[in-house]
Design a protein. Structure first.
Length: 325
């Protein structure tokens, strides 16, 4: 009798992860939901990563050893092609899933057939914050992709449509390939977020996130161009710096950013966004800009910013309609 395919394929890429991979794998093996396979791709590690995984005798673990280093996106694509489950769930080799993670996300997707990709909140170990809890409005978060990636990849569970639809990670992007993938999926797939902490993220091992920085200007420039806003590399970098930092804004940058936000209010976005979600996201950035240019530049800068943008936003400010940054 042919063996049934598992309900969930848990996918994990690893390279030189001997310090953390045992805990990551064990966090999957103790899940309350038992119907899964765990595929681990060892990307030609130079330590004992593969040996440690091979020593685990659970039949649900399948280790794939890479002969040469291929990088994260290529390793992830290999796993997507190998996955047999109806659903796929990602976990990085330095993160840990809490015991109910697979069951809670599986139940959500079973009862919400409209959702294709599901994320969750995370706990943070060894970081300046103890957790990251994004809004539970999946449509709002999908619109947020216009400015940045609000999703933790290790919390992703999705319907297994990737290989069958020819959708894979961009192997030319050494970093931020998850963000780029979400941008491509946003126009045709529904995103959801389960407001529960289901994954523990180690901030020490996530410190390499800054390596994604060189790829972010290109993604932002692409988003803005698709919305009819053409910026050069310098202008794009200045807008990106504002979006990712809470530092004082110069008068020149304030005028540029205000013009971009004003254009985005009226233009079509490359990611689906309702009028209310667009307005809420832009208000967040508008009020951040208003605050960040209200110090040394004071009235001069504020006046220029306000003249560049819709008067209605100033009315909302006066009525104390506030949005978090």
């Amino acid at each position: 009798m042919a063996e049934m395919n598992p309900e969930i394929s848990v996918l994990m890429t690893a390279r030189n992860a001997a310090d953390t991979i045992v805990q990551a794998v064990q966090s999957i093996l103790v899940q309350t939901m038992r119907d899964f396979e765990l595929l681990v791709y060892d990307d030609a590690s130079q330590d004992h990563t593969a040996t440690l995984v091979a020593s685990m005798t659970d039949r649900r673990i399948r280790l794939i050893r890479g002969r040469e280093h291929v990088g994260i996106p290529a390793a992830r694509n290999i796993l997507l092609r190998e996955a047999k489950g109806r659903y796929i769930a990602w976990l990085d080799a330095d993160d840990q899933a809490f015991p109910p993670r697979l069951e809670r996300q599986w139940k959500y997707l079973e009862s919400h057939r409209e959702a294709h990709l599901l994320f969750s909140w995370i706990a943070v170990r060894n970081g300046v914050v103890s957790s990251v809890c994004m809004p539970a409005d999946g449509a709002f978060l999908r619109a947020w992709l216009m400015f940045r990636n609000p999703f933790a990849h290790s919390t992703l569970m999705a319907r297994n449509f990737f290989a069958s639809e020819g959708i894979f990670y961009d192997e030319t992007m050494a970093r931020a390939q998850d963000y780029e993938l979400y941008l491509r999926l946003a126009p045709r797939k529904q995103f959801a977020l389960l407001p529960e902490i289901l994954v523990s993220y180690d901030a020490r091992h996530g410190a390499a996130a800054h390596l994604a920085e060189p790829f972010l200007p290109g993604l932002l420039q692409r988003n803005l161009k698709a919305a009819g806003i053409v910026l050069n590399e310098d202008e794009t970098s200045r807008v990106l710096h504002f979006l990712r930092n809470n530092q004082r804004v110069t008068l020149e940058n304030a005028e540029l950013i205000a013009a971009v936000l004003t254009s985005l209010l009226h233009n079509e976005w490359p990611v689906p966004a309702s009028a209310s979600h667009k307005k809420q996201l832009l208000l967040r950035q508008w009020f951040r800009l208003f605050h960040l240019c209200s110090g040394s530049m004071q009235r001069k800068a504020i006046g220029k910013v306000l003249r560049a943008g819709p008067r209605g936003w100033w009315g909302l400010w006066k009525k104390r309609v506030r949005y978090g940054s």
